[in-house]
Design a protein around this ligand. Structure first.
Ligand SMILES: Cc1cc2nc3c(=O)[nH]c(=O)nc-3n(C[C@H](O)[C@H](O)[C@H](O)COP(=O)(O)OP(=O)(O)OC[C@H]3O[C@@H](n4cnc5c(N)ncnc54)[C@H](O)[C@@H]3O)c2cc1C
Length: 407
């Protein structure tokens, strides 16, 4: 069990009010406010002092949020584009980074000034990411990277990337990996957009040709990359599966709005009854999801989550797909037309009408059960690591990576 510092809610509230006196969200922009929030140790209160936290139980983050919203109509939430840095970059830097790295990187992750991406998946290594082929070869104080990553969300605007590369092809696949923080502006890094069915290009292909990366940018030790990657992936699953936090089926609110705004008389009474049943199920599922996420978080025994994070990731992905399908049913044939103004674009926040949002989300939710590990892989993890069922046969586990046949 992690050891946390003791602090009463009231003292934490007082500290939050002191922050608000110095920087008030209504009077300054997001970066200015979040810089001050970090300095006060109120960014992520469960982080240690000096790194944006106070070493408190993670459940106390809500006290800070509550106090801010009590005194401000404006809330500078986590910037959408900072999600990978905040959800995954920060915990992994905190766990494995040197003091210098933590001081350099954490403040700008939280303020949203530096965006992060995750360079794990490759054309030949997705679910089986430990089989990846991007190589890093030592050259003096640097490593030379060559290879290709794919599906790299936000790479086009990222300052830093979390990257796993093969530093030893002569040992079994999990043992020959090392983990680096890549400067996305380094010479030899080329980023090309990939367009999704939604029309946007939130992710990219990233090509690395003779990219130099200093040894000081390695997280963990040489050959320990898999262990560091697991920390990243566990945090990713909790970050992705953390939805549904609003009470009373909050995640299903857009669907309920569409249902209330539906055209009268468009369906028979029997069809209406079936659809009402489906909408009600989505509401209930959202409530269950919220409580399941809470339980998974409560089960989190240390600073970094364990395999139980896969519960909410799996439930969240499957429930979102079901919900946006029901939204399509509620809209009927209207669902088939794009809203006026829908265009090919890079990722931009918010689609501002309920109907436009539902059409976008219906397409986007296909990705929920793939990104951050597919639902099949989540079921494998839960079966093997949470329920203790027998593992899948893994024939390549002890074979040197270079001898494993691949296409
Ligand atoms: C929107 C989006 C954003 C993404 N962002 C990133 C990112 O920022 N960084 C990054 O590194 N990656 C990212 N990914 C990639 C994502 O992690 C991979 O797509 C995912 O892990 C699956 O890998 P794959 O696409 O190679 O499919 P494969 O691994 O080839 O899987 C194909 C199918 O086989 C199934 N399958 C595979 N192995 C097993 C098994 N052992 N048991 C049962 N079924 C199995 C899978 O469930 C799937 O249905 C993103 C993906 C999406 C869709």
């Amino acid at each position: 069990m992690a050891e946390y510092n003791e602090m009463s809610d009231e003292v934490l509230r007082e500290r939050t009010r002191a922050l608000l006196e110095e920087a008030h969200p209504e009077k300054c922009d997001s970066v200015t406010f979040r810089r001050a929030q970090y300095e006060h140790g109120l960014a992520w209160v469960h982080f240690p002092e000096g790194y944006g936290g106070l070493g408190l139980n993670p459940r106390m983050n809500v006290v800070v949020y509550d106090e801010i919203t009590k005194h401000s109509k404006v809330v500078h939430h986590d910037p959408g584009e900072a999600i990978i840095g905040i959800g995954m970059g920060a915990p992994v830097v905190l766990t494995y980074g040197t003091d210098e790295m933590k001081k350099r990187l954490l403040p700008k992750i939280f303020s949203g000034e530096e965006i992060w991406c995750q360079l794990f998946s490759e054309p030949g290594a997705g679910s089986d990411v430990a089989g990846l082929a991007t190589s890093a070869v030592r050259d003096g104080d640097d490593w030379i990277l060559n290879g290709q990553k794919v599906w790299t969300t936000l790479a086009h605007i990222s300052r830093w990337g979390m990257l796993i590369a093969r530093t030893d092809p002569d040992v079994p696949k999990h043992d020959g990996l090392s983990y680096f923080i890549l400067d996305m502006r380094a010479p030899g890094v080329e980023i090309r957009p990939l367009y999704q069915i939604t029309g946007e290009a939130e992710f990219n292909e990233v090509f690395m040709t003779d990219v130099r990366i200093p040894n000081s940018h390695m997280l963990g030790k040489e050959g320990q990359g898999w262990r560091v990657a697991i920390t990243t992936l566990m945090n990713e699953r909790v970050a992705i599966g953390g939805g549904g936090s609003k009470k009373k089926g909050g995640g299903s609110a857009p669907l309920i709005k569409l249902w209330k705004d539906r055209k009268p008389g468009a369906r028979s009474a029997a069809q209406e009854a079936i659809l009402r049943d489906k909408v009600t199920r989505c509401y209930i599922e959202n409530e269950l999801l919220r409580m399941t996420s809470q339980r998974a978080r409560a089960a989190q025994k240390s600073g970094n989550p364990g395999p139980e994070g896969s519960v909410s990731k799996l439930a969240h992905a499957e429930s979102l797909k079901r919900m946006w399908e029901v939204a399509m049913d509620v809209m009927g044939s209207d669902a088939l037309a794009f809203e006026h103004g829908y265009e090919l674009r890079r990722s931009t926040p918010g689609i501002d009408t309920p109907r436009g949002l539902a059409k976008y989300q219906f397409l986007r939710s296909r990705a929920n059960s793939i990104e951050g590990g597919t639902s099949e892989i989540m079921r494998n993890i839960l079966g093997e690591r949470v329920l203790g069922l027998p593992g899948e046969p893994r024939v390549d586990k002890t074979v040197p990576w270079k001898d494993v046949p691949r296409s």
